[in-house]
Ligand binder design. Structure first.
Ligand code: ACO
Length: 359
């Protein structure tokens, strides 16, 4: 028995390779350095899904296909669904995603790729008492997401920064949400079901729910001088420091630096970055002192929080934006599981009481 399935290999994949010792991430044959800042969401979706969906559009047709999917979701779901707005953004995005008819077709995949881009801004605006903004087919998916959030067309730097984020988190081996998506796909339940499983696993604070609390932590710390006492007190209470530690990486998560670079290129408010760097350094020093036997380094969520904040997303929506990037990976893994994998059905060892008669 391996608690948490640590070190258990459960799939062969052509999608991504996480080298935790070297701090290297390869997605579809390319290192993260080659992809981040140079690839759009549309290109990445084609690279990851093209081989798994026979009718996937040609590269120059993907932007229009995704724009049509965004328009369809806006008209058939956002404008017709009645939403329980007491739920948080990720629960609302999950509920709206569940309204997409299930299936395995390329149309279903395109709608799922478009879903968080359309639903996240819509639910944020509805919760704030504002009207949702219709998608603009002339924009890329990243630019349109920001346009639907704010009502204004973002500059190329903003759209590029969001693309960098979405590419950076597109896939990452057999993480918890991807494994959940593959388990559901293995039952042939359909791509919508697989993505819903992915969203449900992602929202937990030990996985994709961490970046919102990173902002809470930075706000509570407030100044570089307060970093060490605040972090020490948090660890004394038994809290985990959000944005640090990883199951696979024993060195710095390479995605953290890709995102830090994107924040710098965006020209975001430097005071916030200076505070974050001071908190990061203090946290790493304290974790080294307290856990000398366990390497705990900065993970992707720490700089995710800063980048998404700089792009204007509220912390409660960070997990939805993570889902926007990771849906590409969930879909590709789901299709890969169906193409070559069996029903996922591991064993458990019963350690409970046995009936008297059988003893
Ligand atoms: N802060 C303080 N202590 C930590 C942290 C942390 N962030 N992470 C791990 N530890 C400690 C644990 O308390 C444990 O100590 P112990 O052995 O004395 O009990 C030890 O390090 C090992 O922890 P595990 O939970 O066994 O390590 P695991 O590989 O299961 O955890 C995880 C990985 C869940 C990411 C963990 O590091 C964590 O909780 N981090 C904070 C949440 C976070 O940032 N999540 C985002 C991860 S990235 C992503 O999913 C996209």
């Amino acid at each position: 028995m391996s608690n948490g399935l640590e070190n258990i290999v459960a799939a062969h994949t052509v999608l991504s390779d996480v080298d935790g010792a070297a701090g290297r991430l390869i997605i579809c044959g390319h290192s993260l350095d080659e992809l981040a800042g140079r690839t759009s969401f549309e290109q990445m979706a084609g690279r990851m899904l093209g081989g798994f969906l026979p009718d996937w559009p040609a590269p120059d047709a993907v932007p229009a296909a995704l724009a049509a999917a965004r328009r369809d979701l806006f008209e058939t779901i956002v404008q017709t669904a009645s939403l329980p707005l007491r739920l948080g953004p990720v629960e609302l995005v999950r509920a709206l995603t569940a309204l997409i008819p299930d299936g395995e077709s390329v149309e279903t995949a395109l709608k799922l790729l478009a879903a968080p881009a359309v639903f996240t801004p819509a639910v944020l605006r509805l919760r704030a008492g504002l009207e949702p903004i219709a998608p603009d087919a002339t924009l890329s998916q990243a630019a349109d997401t920001l346009h639907m959030l704010t009502g204004t067309t973002p500059g190329p730097q903003q759209a590029a920064a969001l693309d960098t984020y979405l590419i950076t988190v597109a896939d990452h081996g057999l993480n918890a949400s991807t494994f959940a998506a593959r388990v559901v796909a293995s039952t042939r339940a359909g791509l919508v079901s697989a993505v819903l499983a992915g969203i449900s696993a992602l929202k937990g604070p030990l996985h994709g729910g961490a970046p919102g609390p990173v902002i809470d932590m930075l706000d509570a710390i407030g100044s570089a001088q307060n970093a060490r006492p605040w972090l020490e007190a948090a660890l004394d209470r038994g809290d985990r420091l959000m944005g640090f530690g990883h199951r696979i990486y024993r060195v710095r998560d390479p995605r953290a630096d890709a995102l830090k670079g994107a924040i710098r290129e965006l020209g975001a408010e430097t005071g916030r970055l200076v505070l974050a760097e001071a908190v990061e350094q203090a946290a790493l020093a304290i974790l080294r002192e307290r856990k000398p036997d366990r390497t705990l380094e900065t993970n992707v969520e720490f700089y995710t929080a800063l980048l998404l904040e700089a792009l204007g997303f509220p912390p409660e929506a960070f997990t939805c934006v993570f889902a926007l990037g990771r849906t590409t990976g969930w879909l590709a893994h789901a299709r890969e599981q169906i193409a070559g994998g069996k029903l996922v059905r591991p064993q458990s060892v019963y350690v409970g009481p046995r009936p008297q008669a059988a003893a």
